[in-house]
Design a protein. Structure first.
Lengths: 274, 330
Protein backbone atom coordinates (compact mmCIF):
# COMPACT_ATOMS: atom_id res chain seq x y z
CA UNK A 1 0.00 0.00 0.00
CA UNK A 2 1.42 3.36 -1.00
CA UNK A 3 1.29 6.14 1.56
CA UNK A 4 -0.18 9.61 1.08
CA UNK A 5 2.78 11.65 2.28
CA UNK A 6 3.85 14.46 -0.01
CA UNK A 7 7.48 13.56 -0.70
CA UNK A 8 8.36 17.03 -1.99
CA UNK A 9 7.16 19.03 1.02
CA UNK A 10 9.82 20.06 3.53
CA UNK A 11 9.28 20.31 7.27
CA UNK A 12 10.27 23.57 8.94
CA UNK A 13 13.28 23.76 11.23
CA UNK A 14 14.34 26.74 13.34
CA UNK A 15 17.92 27.86 12.96
CA UNK A 16 19.04 28.27 16.58
CA UNK A 17 22.77 28.81 16.18
CA UNK A 18 25.41 29.43 13.52
CA UNK A 19 28.97 28.37 14.37
CA UNK A 20 31.94 29.69 12.39
CA UNK A 21 34.25 26.75 11.63
CA UNK A 22 36.62 28.38 9.15
CA UNK A 23 36.56 31.27 6.73
CA UNK A 24 34.34 29.37 4.32
CA UNK A 25 32.65 26.85 6.59
CA UNK A 26 29.81 27.31 9.08
CA UNK A 27 27.79 24.88 11.13
CA UNK A 28 24.05 25.46 11.29
CA UNK A 29 22.19 24.16 14.33
CA UNK A 30 18.58 23.35 13.51
CA UNK A 31 15.60 22.36 15.62
CA UNK A 32 12.98 20.66 13.42
CA UNK A 33 9.31 21.42 14.15
CA UNK A 34 8.35 17.79 13.59
CA UNK A 35 9.97 14.60 14.82
CA UNK A 36 13.13 14.01 12.86
CA UNK A 37 15.92 11.45 13.05
CA UNK A 38 18.54 10.05 10.71
CA UNK A 39 21.10 7.28 10.45
CA UNK A 40 24.73 8.31 10.16
CA UNK A 41 25.77 8.84 6.54
CA UNK A 42 22.23 9.57 5.36
CA UNK A 43 21.63 13.06 4.00
CA UNK A 44 18.94 15.71 4.05
CA UNK A 45 17.77 18.28 1.53
CA UNK A 46 18.11 21.63 3.26
CA UNK A 47 16.34 24.64 1.83
CA UNK A 48 16.70 28.36 2.20
CA UNK A 49 13.17 29.74 1.84
CA UNK A 50 12.51 30.84 -1.73
CA UNK A 51 16.15 30.49 -2.75
CA UNK A 52 17.00 26.85 -3.22
CA UNK A 53 17.74 23.50 -1.77
CA UNK A 54 20.90 21.41 -1.51
CA UNK A 55 21.87 18.03 -0.09
CA UNK A 56 23.97 17.78 3.11
CA UNK A 57 24.89 14.96 5.42
CA UNK A 58 24.36 16.09 9.02
CA UNK A 59 27.55 16.44 11.04
CA UNK A 60 25.85 15.83 14.40
CA UNK A 61 25.24 12.64 16.28
CA UNK A 62 22.44 10.43 14.98
CA UNK A 63 21.75 9.63 18.64
CA UNK A 64 20.64 13.23 19.28
CA UNK A 65 17.15 13.72 17.85
CA UNK A 66 15.97 17.07 19.23
CA UNK A 67 18.35 19.06 17.01
CA UNK A 68 20.72 18.51 14.17
CA UNK A 69 23.83 20.21 12.87
CA UNK A 70 24.72 20.77 9.25
CA UNK A 71 28.20 21.93 8.32
CA UNK A 72 28.22 23.91 5.10
CA UNK A 73 31.02 25.21 2.93
CA UNK A 74 30.26 28.41 1.02
CA UNK A 75 30.70 27.16 -2.49
CA UNK A 76 27.67 27.98 -4.65
CA UNK A 77 24.42 29.90 -4.96
CA UNK A 78 22.42 28.27 -2.16
CA UNK A 79 25.30 27.98 0.30
CA UNK A 80 26.14 31.63 -0.19
CA UNK A 81 22.63 32.53 1.01
CA UNK A 82 22.93 30.04 3.87
CA UNK A 83 26.05 31.76 5.08
CA UNK A 84 24.09 35.02 5.38
CA UNK A 85 21.41 33.47 7.62
CA UNK A 86 21.17 34.49 11.27
CA UNK A 87 19.71 32.44 14.14
CA UNK A 88 15.94 32.72 14.47
CA UNK A 89 14.99 32.11 10.84
CA UNK A 90 13.35 28.94 9.57
CA UNK A 91 14.85 26.56 7.06
CA UNK A 92 13.25 23.62 5.26
CA UNK A 93 14.26 20.00 5.69
CA UNK A 94 13.37 16.95 3.59
CA UNK A 95 14.66 13.51 4.37
CA UNK A 96 16.58 11.74 5.71
CA UNK A 97 17.47 10.11 2.44
CA UNK A 98 19.68 7.34 1.17
CA UNK A 99 21.70 4.55 2.62
CA UNK A 100 24.17 5.58 5.32
CA UNK A 101 27.07 3.72 6.89
CA UNK A 102 26.23 0.12 7.85
CA UNK A 103 27.81 0.47 11.30
CA UNK A 104 26.42 -2.86 12.54
CA UNK A 105 28.67 -4.58 10.03
CA UNK A 106 31.69 -2.84 11.62
CA UNK A 107 31.23 -4.84 14.86
CA UNK A 108 34.41 -6.66 15.92
CA UNK A 109 36.53 -4.70 13.46
CA UNK A 110 39.08 -1.93 13.22
CA UNK A 111 37.64 1.11 11.43
CA UNK A 112 39.91 3.34 9.38
CA UNK A 113 38.44 6.67 8.35
CA UNK A 114 40.16 8.64 5.63
CA UNK A 115 38.82 12.16 5.29
CA UNK A 116 39.58 15.35 3.47
CA UNK A 117 38.30 18.92 3.52
CA UNK A 118 34.60 19.32 4.22
CA UNK A 119 34.31 15.52 4.21
CA UNK A 120 34.96 15.76 7.93
CA UNK A 121 31.34 16.88 8.42
CA UNK A 122 29.70 13.50 7.72
CA UNK A 123 32.69 11.80 9.33
CA UNK A 124 32.05 13.65 12.61
CA UNK A 125 28.54 12.22 12.66
CA UNK A 126 29.98 8.77 11.96
CA UNK A 127 32.52 9.21 14.78
CA UNK A 128 29.71 10.08 17.23
CA UNK A 129 27.86 6.96 16.11
CA UNK A 130 31.00 4.82 16.49
CA UNK A 131 31.66 6.26 19.96
CA UNK A 132 28.21 5.00 20.86
CA UNK A 133 29.14 1.45 19.88
CA UNK A 134 32.84 1.49 20.80
CA UNK A 135 32.46 -1.56 23.06
CA UNK A 136 31.75 -3.56 19.94
CA UNK A 137 34.69 -2.18 17.91
CA UNK A 138 38.41 -3.04 18.10
CA UNK A 139 39.58 0.50 17.31
CA UNK A 140 38.87 3.56 15.21
CA UNK A 141 41.55 5.55 13.39
CA UNK A 142 40.88 8.89 11.74
CA UNK A 143 43.31 10.21 9.12
CA UNK A 144 42.33 13.68 8.02
CA UNK A 145 43.84 16.15 5.61
CA UNK A 146 42.97 19.77 4.97
CA UNK A 147 44.50 22.28 2.55
CA UNK A 148 45.95 24.49 5.29
CA UNK A 149 45.80 24.46 9.11
CA UNK A 150 43.20 27.26 8.90
CA UNK A 151 40.95 25.08 6.73
CA UNK A 152 40.77 22.34 9.35
CA UNK A 153 37.37 22.29 11.00
CA UNK A 154 36.32 20.88 14.41
CA UNK A 155 39.85 21.26 15.85
CA UNK A 156 38.80 20.21 19.40
CA UNK A 157 37.52 16.96 17.93
CA UNK A 158 41.06 15.64 17.42
CA UNK A 159 42.15 16.09 21.03
CA UNK A 160 38.89 14.61 22.27
CA UNK A 161 39.29 11.54 20.05
CA UNK A 162 42.90 11.05 21.06
CA UNK A 163 41.85 10.98 24.69
CA UNK A 164 39.02 8.54 23.99
CA UNK A 165 39.72 4.87 24.50
CA UNK A 166 40.07 2.91 21.21
CA UNK A 167 40.17 6.13 19.12
CA UNK A 168 43.19 7.65 17.34
CA UNK A 169 43.14 10.79 15.21
CA UNK A 170 45.82 12.15 12.85
CA UNK A 171 45.94 15.37 10.89
CA UNK A 172 47.93 16.60 7.96
CA UNK A 173 47.88 19.71 5.79
CA UNK A 174 48.74 20.16 2.11
CA UNK A 175 50.41 23.46 2.89
CA UNK A 176 51.78 24.39 6.31
CA UNK A 177 51.92 27.84 7.90
CA UNK A 178 54.49 29.13 10.42
CA UNK A 179 52.56 27.75 13.43
CA UNK A 180 52.12 24.25 12.05
CA UNK A 181 54.51 21.58 13.25
CA UNK A 182 52.48 18.53 12.28
CA UNK A 183 52.47 16.40 9.12
CA UNK A 184 52.57 17.95 5.68
CA UNK A 185 51.22 16.08 2.67
CA UNK A 186 47.94 14.78 1.33
CA UNK A 187 45.66 12.70 3.58
CA UNK A 188 46.85 9.37 2.18
CA UNK A 189 50.39 10.03 3.51
CA UNK A 190 49.00 9.51 7.03
CA UNK A 191 48.28 5.90 6.13
CA UNK A 192 52.03 5.19 6.38
CA UNK A 193 51.97 6.20 10.07
CA UNK A 194 49.21 4.02 11.39
CA UNK A 195 49.10 0.46 12.61
CA UNK A 196 46.08 -1.43 11.48
CA UNK A 197 45.15 -5.05 10.94
CA UNK A 198 43.91 -4.65 7.39
CA UNK A 199 42.37 -8.10 7.23
CA UNK A 200 40.06 -7.32 10.10
CA UNK A 201 39.24 -3.77 9.17
CA UNK A 202 36.99 -1.61 7.07
CA UNK A 203 37.94 1.72 5.54
CA UNK A 204 35.65 4.70 5.12
CA UNK A 205 36.62 7.41 2.64
CA UNK A 206 34.91 10.79 2.52
CA UNK A 207 36.21 13.95 0.93
CA UNK A 208 36.61 15.77 -2.37
CA UNK A 209 36.40 13.55 -5.52
CA UNK A 210 40.14 13.64 -6.17
CA UNK A 211 40.89 12.47 -2.62
CA UNK A 212 38.27 9.74 -2.85
CA UNK A 213 39.92 8.43 -6.00
CA UNK A 214 43.50 8.45 -4.77
CA UNK A 215 42.47 7.38 -1.28
CA UNK A 216 40.78 4.30 -2.73
CA UNK A 217 43.76 3.51 -4.94
CA UNK A 218 46.10 3.73 -1.93
CA UNK A 219 43.86 1.56 0.25
CA UNK A 220 43.78 -1.09 -2.49
CA UNK A 221 47.59 -0.96 -2.68
CA UNK A 222 47.75 -1.50 1.08
CA UNK A 223 45.72 -4.68 0.68
CA UNK A 224 42.14 -3.62 1.38
CA UNK A 225 39.63 -5.67 -0.56
CA UNK A 226 37.02 -3.92 -2.72
CA UNK A 227 34.19 -4.73 -0.33
CA UNK A 228 36.11 -3.41 2.71
CA UNK A 229 36.13 0.15 1.35
CA UNK A 230 33.12 2.42 1.92
CA UNK A 231 32.81 5.51 -0.24
CA UNK A 232 30.45 8.40 0.32
CA UNK A 233 29.65 9.62 -3.19
CA UNK A 234 28.71 13.15 -4.14
CA UNK A 235 26.65 14.22 -7.13
CA UNK A 236 24.33 17.00 -8.17
CA UNK A 237 21.03 16.08 -6.51
CA UNK A 238 17.64 17.70 -6.75
CA UNK A 239 14.91 15.45 -5.38
CA UNK A 240 16.79 13.00 -3.12
CA UNK A 241 14.10 10.45 -3.93
CA UNK A 242 15.54 8.49 -6.85
CA UNK A 243 13.38 10.28 -9.40
CA UNK A 244 14.81 13.51 -10.80
CA UNK A 245 17.75 11.79 -12.52
CA UNK A 246 20.42 14.36 -11.66
CA UNK A 247 22.52 12.08 -9.48
CA UNK A 248 22.55 9.04 -11.74
CA UNK A 249 25.91 7.31 -11.57
CA UNK A 250 25.61 4.42 -13.96
CA UNK A 251 22.60 2.37 -12.95
CA UNK A 252 22.61 3.86 -9.44
CA UNK A 253 20.71 6.81 -8.09
CA UNK A 254 23.35 8.09 -5.66
CA UNK A 255 20.62 9.67 -3.53
CA UNK A 256 18.65 6.50 -3.01
CA UNK A 257 21.02 3.59 -3.63
CA UNK A 258 23.84 5.48 -1.89
CA UNK A 259 25.30 7.90 -1.01
CA UNK A 260 27.43 5.28 0.80
CA UNK A 261 28.60 2.46 -1.46
CA UNK A 262 31.30 -0.15 -1.11
CA UNK A 263 33.92 0.20 -3.81
CA UNK A 264 32.97 -3.32 -4.85
CA UNK A 265 29.43 -2.19 -5.69
CA UNK A 266 30.45 0.63 -8.00
CA UNK A 267 33.94 -0.23 -9.29
CA UNK A 268 32.63 -1.58 -12.64
CA UNK A 269 31.38 1.87 -13.46
CA UNK A 270 33.90 4.17 -15.14
CA UNK A 271 31.71 7.19 -14.25
CA UNK A 272 32.41 7.07 -10.51
CA UNK A 273 35.44 9.33 -10.46
CA UNK A 274 33.97 11.87 -12.88
CA UNK B 1 -9.40 -11.78 -23.48
CA UNK B 2 -12.91 -10.30 -23.42
CA UNK B 3 -14.25 -8.15 -26.24
CA UNK B 4 -17.17 -5.75 -26.40
CA UNK B 5 -18.64 -4.22 -29.48
CA UNK B 6 -20.61 -1.14 -30.44
CA UNK B 7 -21.79 0.34 -33.67
CA UNK B 8 -19.83 3.54 -34.39
CA UNK B 9 -23.00 5.53 -33.78
CA UNK B 10 -23.55 3.89 -30.38
CA UNK B 11 -19.94 4.45 -29.44
CA UNK B 12 -20.02 8.13 -30.34
CA UNK B 13 -23.17 8.52 -28.25
CA UNK B 14 -21.49 6.66 -25.41
CA UNK B 15 -18.55 9.07 -25.54
CA UNK B 16 -20.93 12.02 -25.51
CA UNK B 17 -22.56 10.58 -22.42
CA UNK B 18 -19.19 9.89 -20.80
CA UNK B 19 -18.25 13.54 -21.29
CA UNK B 20 -20.71 14.39 -18.53
CA UNK B 21 -18.56 12.65 -15.96
CA UNK B 22 -15.10 12.43 -17.58
CA UNK B 23 -12.62 14.72 -19.23
CA UNK B 24 -11.72 12.99 -22.47
CA UNK B 25 -8.57 13.42 -24.50
CA UNK B 26 -8.33 11.61 -27.81
CA UNK B 27 -6.07 11.40 -30.80
CA UNK B 28 -7.27 13.59 -33.64
CA UNK B 29 -5.84 14.27 -37.06
CA UNK B 30 -5.50 17.97 -37.83
CA UNK B 31 -3.62 20.00 -40.42
CA UNK B 32 -0.35 19.46 -38.51
CA UNK B 33 -0.69 15.72 -38.10
CA UNK B 34 -1.95 13.49 -35.35
CA UNK B 35 -2.15 14.59 -31.72
CA UNK B 36 -4.19 14.42 -28.53
CA UNK B 37 -6.92 17.01 -28.15
CA UNK B 38 -9.39 17.82 -25.41
CA UNK B 39 -12.69 16.46 -26.69
CA UNK B 40 -15.93 18.43 -26.79
CA UNK B 41 -19.14 16.80 -28.07
CA UNK B 42 -18.57 18.32 -31.52
CA UNK B 43 -15.13 16.67 -31.76
CA UNK B 44 -16.27 13.11 -31.17
CA UNK B 45 -16.83 12.34 -34.85
CA UNK B 46 -13.28 13.59 -35.64
CA UNK B 47 -11.51 11.15 -33.32
CA UNK B 48 -9.15 8.97 -35.30
CA UNK B 49 -8.73 5.30 -34.56
CA UNK B 50 -5.88 2.88 -35.13
CA UNK B 51 -3.57 5.46 -36.67
CA UNK B 52 0.00 5.69 -35.43
CA UNK B 53 0.75 7.90 -33.42
CA UNK B 54 0.03 11.19 -31.58
CA UNK B 55 2.91 13.69 -31.86
CA UNK B 56 2.95 14.18 -28.07
CA UNK B 57 3.82 11.28 -25.83
CA UNK B 58 1.50 10.04 -23.11
CA UNK B 59 3.80 11.18 -20.28
CA UNK B 60 2.67 14.81 -20.56
CA UNK B 61 -0.71 13.78 -19.10
CA UNK B 62 1.02 12.49 -15.98
CA UNK B 63 4.12 14.66 -15.70
CA UNK B 64 3.23 18.26 -16.53
CA UNK B 65 6.08 20.47 -17.73
CA UNK B 66 5.75 22.52 -14.56
CA UNK B 67 3.67 22.05 -11.41
CA UNK B 68 3.68 23.24 -7.83
CA UNK B 69 4.17 20.07 -5.80
CA UNK B 70 3.62 21.60 -2.39
CA UNK B 71 0.21 23.22 -2.85
CA UNK B 72 -3.04 21.46 -1.96
CA UNK B 73 -5.12 20.12 -4.82
CA UNK B 74 -8.82 19.83 -5.44
CA UNK B 75 -9.96 16.52 -6.86
CA UNK B 76 -9.95 16.62 -10.62
CA UNK B 77 -12.64 15.11 -12.84
CA UNK B 78 -11.67 11.58 -13.90
CA UNK B 79 -10.08 11.32 -17.32
CA UNK B 80 -10.21 9.05 -20.32
CA UNK B 81 -7.30 9.07 -22.72
CA UNK B 82 -8.30 7.46 -25.98
CA UNK B 83 -6.09 6.34 -28.82
CA UNK B 84 -2.80 5.64 -27.03
CA UNK B 85 -0.24 3.67 -29.06
CA UNK B 86 1.29 0.70 -27.27
CA UNK B 87 4.79 2.25 -27.32
CA UNK B 88 3.44 4.93 -24.98
CA UNK B 89 1.61 2.42 -22.80
CA UNK B 90 4.88 0.53 -22.33
CA UNK B 91 6.69 3.83 -21.67
CA UNK B 92 4.25 4.54 -18.86
CA UNK B 93 5.32 1.30 -17.16
CA UNK B 94 8.78 2.78 -16.57
CA UNK B 95 7.23 5.98 -15.21
CA UNK B 96 5.14 3.84 -12.84
CA UNK B 97 8.25 2.10 -11.57
CA UNK B 98 9.89 5.45 -10.84
CA UNK B 99 6.94 7.48 -9.53
CA UNK B 100 4.94 4.75 -7.77
CA UNK B 101 7.99 3.44 -5.98
CA UNK B 102 7.02 1.82 -2.64
CA UNK B 103 9.38 3.96 -0.58
CA UNK B 104 8.67 7.33 -2.20
CA UNK B 105 5.53 7.59 -4.28
CA UNK B 106 4.66 10.85 -5.99
CA UNK B 107 1.07 11.56 -4.89
CA UNK B 108 0.42 13.92 -7.80
CA UNK B 109 1.45 11.33 -10.36
CA UNK B 110 -0.44 8.64 -8.50
CA UNK B 111 -3.70 10.61 -8.32
CA UNK B 112 -3.56 11.28 -12.04
CA UNK B 113 -2.78 7.65 -12.74
CA UNK B 114 -5.64 6.38 -10.56
CA UNK B 115 -7.94 8.95 -12.07
CA UNK B 116 -7.31 8.00 -15.68
CA UNK B 117 -8.70 5.26 -17.92
CA UNK B 118 -6.17 4.34 -20.58
CA UNK B 119 -7.74 3.27 -23.85
CA UNK B 120 -5.07 2.11 -26.21
CA UNK B 121 -5.54 1.94 -29.95
CA UNK B 122 -4.01 -0.83 -32.07
CA UNK B 123 -1.72 0.69 -34.68
CA UNK B 124 -2.83 -0.35 -38.14
CA UNK B 125 0.01 0.99 -40.23
CA UNK B 126 3.29 2.63 -39.25
CA UNK B 127 5.00 5.99 -39.38
CA UNK B 128 8.43 6.54 -40.88
CA UNK B 129 10.44 6.14 -37.67
CA UNK B 130 8.27 3.64 -35.74
CA UNK B 131 10.40 0.75 -34.46
CA UNK B 132 8.62 -0.67 -31.40
CA UNK B 133 8.84 -4.23 -32.66
CA UNK B 134 12.65 -4.12 -32.80
CA UNK B 135 12.51 -3.72 -29.02
CA UNK B 136 9.98 -6.50 -28.56
CA UNK B 137 6.97 -4.19 -28.18
CA UNK B 138 3.92 -5.10 -30.24
CA UNK B 139 2.06 -2.36 -32.13
CA UNK B 140 -1.05 -3.17 -30.09
CA UNK B 141 -1.65 -3.39 -26.37
CA UNK B 142 -2.53 -6.60 -24.59
CA UNK B 143 -1.44 -6.03 -21.01
CA UNK B 144 -0.85 -2.56 -19.62
CA UNK B 145 -3.62 -0.39 -21.05
CA UNK B 146 -7.06 -0.69 -19.42
CA UNK B 147 -8.79 -1.20 -22.74
CA UNK B 148 -7.88 -1.27 -26.39
CA UNK B 149 -10.07 0.13 -29.13
CA UNK B 150 -10.32 -1.04 -32.72
CA UNK B 151 -12.49 0.56 -35.39
CA UNK B 152 -13.41 -1.92 -38.12
CA UNK B 153 -15.51 -0.34 -40.83
CA UNK B 154 -18.03 1.26 -38.55
CA UNK B 155 -17.86 -1.34 -35.83
CA UNK B 156 -16.05 -0.39 -32.61
CA UNK B 157 -14.45 -3.27 -30.74
CA UNK B 158 -13.20 -2.76 -27.19
CA UNK B 159 -10.75 -5.27 -25.81
CA UNK B 160 -10.86 -5.44 -22.00
CA UNK B 161 -7.37 -5.73 -20.58
CA UNK B 162 -7.33 -4.79 -16.89
CA UNK B 163 -9.73 -5.04 -13.97
CA UNK B 164 -10.01 -1.25 -14.07
CA UNK B 165 -11.04 -1.55 -17.72
CA UNK B 166 -13.60 -4.20 -16.84
CA UNK B 167 -15.12 -2.02 -14.10
CA UNK B 168 -15.31 0.86 -16.53
CA UNK B 169 -17.12 -1.21 -19.18
CA UNK B 170 -19.61 -2.49 -16.61
CA UNK B 171 -20.82 1.06 -16.14
CA UNK B 172 -21.58 1.52 -19.84
CA UNK B 173 -25.14 0.35 -20.51
CA UNK B 174 -24.70 0.09 -24.30
CA UNK B 175 -21.70 -2.27 -23.99
CA UNK B 176 -22.34 -5.81 -25.13
CA UNK B 177 -20.09 -8.78 -25.64
CA UNK B 178 -18.70 -9.33 -29.09
CA UNK B 179 -20.66 -12.16 -30.61
CA UNK B 180 -19.21 -12.37 -34.08
CA UNK B 181 -15.87 -13.98 -33.20
CA UNK B 182 -14.68 -13.78 -36.80
CA UNK B 183 -13.99 -10.11 -36.06
CA UNK B 184 -11.11 -11.18 -33.83
CA UNK B 185 -9.33 -12.91 -36.68
CA UNK B 186 -9.80 -9.78 -38.83
CA UNK B 187 -8.15 -7.75 -36.03
CA UNK B 188 -5.32 -10.25 -35.74
CA UNK B 189 -4.75 -10.06 -39.47
CA UNK B 190 -4.44 -6.28 -39.24
CA UNK B 191 -2.04 -6.60 -36.30
CA UNK B 192 0.10 -9.03 -38.23
CA UNK B 193 0.13 -6.74 -41.24
CA UNK B 194 1.49 -3.91 -39.06
CA UNK B 195 4.14 -6.21 -37.61
CA UNK B 196 5.19 -7.17 -41.13
CA UNK B 197 5.47 -3.49 -42.09
CA UNK B 198 7.62 -2.83 -39.01
CA UNK B 199 9.85 -5.84 -39.64
CA UNK B 200 10.50 -4.67 -43.20
CA UNK B 201 11.03 -1.04 -42.27
CA UNK B 202 13.43 -1.83 -39.41
CA UNK B 203 15.44 -4.60 -40.99
CA UNK B 204 18.92 -4.73 -39.52
CA UNK B 205 18.12 -2.55 -36.49
CA UNK B 206 19.62 -4.23 -33.40
CA UNK B 207 17.16 -5.43 -30.76
CA UNK B 208 16.97 -3.97 -27.22
CA UNK B 209 19.24 -6.61 -25.72
CA UNK B 210 22.01 -5.83 -28.19
CA UNK B 211 21.69 -2.05 -27.91
CA UNK B 212 23.12 -1.95 -24.37
CA UNK B 213 26.35 -3.66 -25.35
CA UNK B 214 26.67 -1.55 -28.51
CA UNK B 215 26.20 1.71 -26.60
CA UNK B 216 28.54 0.88 -23.75
CA UNK B 217 31.26 -0.29 -26.11
CA UNK B 218 30.88 2.57 -28.59
CA UNK B 219 33.99 4.67 -29.05
CA UNK B 220 34.07 8.38 -28.20
CA UNK B 221 34.31 9.22 -31.93
CA UNK B 222 30.76 7.95 -32.49
CA UNK B 223 29.36 10.35 -29.90
CA UNK B 224 31.50 13.20 -31.16
CA UNK B 225 30.38 12.58 -34.74
CA UNK B 226 26.65 12.36 -34.06
CA UNK B 227 26.52 15.08 -31.41
CA UNK B 228 28.12 17.55 -33.83
CA UNK B 229 24.63 18.49 -35.04
CA UNK B 230 23.11 18.58 -31.52
CA UNK B 231 22.18 22.03 -30.21
CA UNK B 232 21.23 20.83 -26.69
CA UNK B 233 17.64 21.91 -27.21
CA UNK B 234 16.29 18.92 -25.29
CA UNK B 235 13.53 18.20 -27.85
CA UNK B 236 14.46 14.49 -27.79
CA UNK B 237 14.01 14.23 -24.03
CA UNK B 238 10.90 16.42 -23.93
CA UNK B 239 9.11 14.30 -26.51
CA UNK B 240 10.37 10.97 -25.16
CA UNK B 241 7.72 8.86 -23.40
CA UNK B 242 10.26 7.58 -20.86
CA UNK B 243 12.50 10.60 -20.10
CA UNK B 244 11.37 11.79 -16.68
CA UNK B 245 14.16 13.95 -15.25
CA UNK B 246 13.11 17.07 -13.40
CA UNK B 247 14.34 19.88 -11.20
CA UNK B 248 12.80 21.22 -8.00
CA UNK B 249 12.70 25.01 -7.93
CA UNK B 250 12.16 26.82 -4.63
CA UNK B 251 9.51 29.48 -4.19
CA UNK B 252 8.81 31.60 -1.07
CA UNK B 253 6.93 29.81 1.70
CA UNK B 254 8.98 26.62 1.21
CA UNK B 255 6.98 25.88 -1.91
CA UNK B 256 8.52 23.73 -4.61
CA UNK B 257 7.88 23.78 -8.31
CA UNK B 258 8.76 20.61 -10.15
CA UNK B 259 9.87 21.36 -13.68
CA UNK B 260 10.83 18.86 -16.35
CA UNK B 261 14.56 18.90 -16.98
CA UNK B 262 16.87 17.18 -19.44
CA UNK B 263 20.36 15.70 -19.30
CA UNK B 264 20.92 17.34 -22.69
CA UNK B 265 20.87 20.82 -21.15
CA UNK B 266 24.27 22.24 -20.11
CA UNK B 267 24.75 22.17 -16.34
CA UNK B 268 22.49 19.20 -15.69
CA UNK B 269 25.11 17.52 -13.51
CA UNK B 270 27.08 20.61 -12.45
CA UNK B 271 27.79 20.64 -8.72
CA UNK B 272 28.17 23.66 -6.47
CA UNK B 273 31.95 23.73 -6.75
CA UNK B 274 31.65 24.04 -10.54
CA UNK B 275 32.63 20.50 -11.55
CA UNK B 276 30.48 19.17 -14.34
CA UNK B 277 30.78 15.57 -15.50
CA UNK B 278 28.58 16.35 -18.50
CA UNK B 279 30.21 19.61 -19.50
CA UNK B 280 31.07 18.47 -23.00
CA UNK B 281 28.30 18.13 -25.54
CA UNK B 282 29.32 14.65 -26.69
CA UNK B 283 29.27 13.44 -23.07
CA UNK B 284 25.74 14.76 -22.57
CA UNK B 285 24.71 13.18 -25.86
CA UNK B 286 26.21 9.83 -24.81
CA UNK B 287 24.60 10.12 -21.39
CA UNK B 288 21.11 9.84 -22.89
CA UNK B 289 22.02 6.66 -24.75
CA UNK B 290 23.73 5.15 -21.70
CA UNK B 291 20.68 5.99 -19.59
CA UNK B 292 18.20 4.46 -22.02
CA UNK B 293 20.05 1.37 -23.13
CA UNK B 294 22.47 0.53 -20.31
CA UNK B 295 21.65 2.10 -16.95
CA UNK B 296 17.86 2.09 -16.78
CA UNK B 297 17.69 -1.50 -18.10
CA UNK B 298 20.14 -2.42 -15.31
CA UNK B 299 17.79 -0.97 -12.73
CA UNK B 300 14.21 -1.33 -13.95
CA UNK B 301 12.29 -4.13 -15.63
CA UNK B 302 10.47 -1.81 -18.06
CA UNK B 303 12.10 -0.59 -21.24
CA UNK B 304 13.58 2.91 -21.31
CA UNK B 305 13.17 3.19 -25.08
CA UNK B 306 9.96 1.90 -26.59
CA UNK B 307 10.83 2.57 -30.21
CA UNK B 308 8.30 5.35 -30.83
CA UNK B 309 10.82 7.23 -32.95
CA UNK B 310 9.65 10.66 -31.76
CA UNK B 311 13.18 11.74 -30.83
CA UNK B 312 14.13 11.30 -34.49
CA UNK B 313 11.13 13.31 -35.68
CA UNK B 314 11.75 16.06 -33.13
CA UNK B 315 15.48 16.59 -33.70
CA UNK B 316 16.18 19.87 -35.45
CA UNK B 317 19.72 18.66 -36.15
CA UNK B 318 18.23 15.66 -37.96
CA UNK B 319 20.07 13.22 -35.73
CA UNK B 320 18.65 9.78 -36.32
CA UNK B 321 19.31 7.40 -33.45
CA UNK B 322 18.45 4.42 -35.66
CA UNK B 323 21.28 5.43 -38.00
CA UNK B 324 23.62 5.42 -34.99
CA UNK B 325 22.52 1.91 -34.07
CA UNK B 326 22.86 0.72 -37.65
CA UNK B 327 26.41 2.07 -37.68
CA UNK B 328 27.20 0.54 -34.28
CA UNK B 329 25.80 -2.82 -35.38
CA UNK B 330 27.90 -2.91 -38.54
Amino acid sequence: MLNDKNIYKPIRAKLTDVIDESQLIKTFVLVPEDKFSFKTGQFIELSVDGIGEAPFTPSSSPLVTEKLEITVMKTGYVTEYMHMLKPGVYMGIRGPYGRGYPIESFFGKEVLILGGGCGLAPIRSLLYALEGIKDKLVKVILCYGSKTPADCIYKPLFDRLNSTEKFEAYRTVDKADENWNGSVGVATTLLNKIKINIENSVAVVCGPPIMMKFGTIRLLELGYKDDQIYLSMEKNMSCGLGKCGHCMMGEFFVCKDGPVFTYDEIKHNPEIWK
Amino acid sequence: MQYNSFTKEEWDKTLEHLLLSYTIFASIENEFGQDYELIRPADIARISYNKPKPATSLKSFFLPVKENVTSERVDEKPRIILGIPNCDIEGLCLLDQIYLDKEFNDIFYRKRRENTILISSDCFGIQEYCHCLSYGIKPYSSKNADLAVINLDGKIVLKIITGKGEDFIKKIPTARSLEDKSVISVIEKEQLATETLLATSNKGLPDYKKTGKLVSEAKAEIWEKYSARCVSCGACTTICPTCTCFLLIDKPGFEKVKQMDACQYPGFERVAGGEDALFELHNRFRNRYMCKYVWKPGKFSSLACTGCGRCIEACIGKINKNEIFMELAK
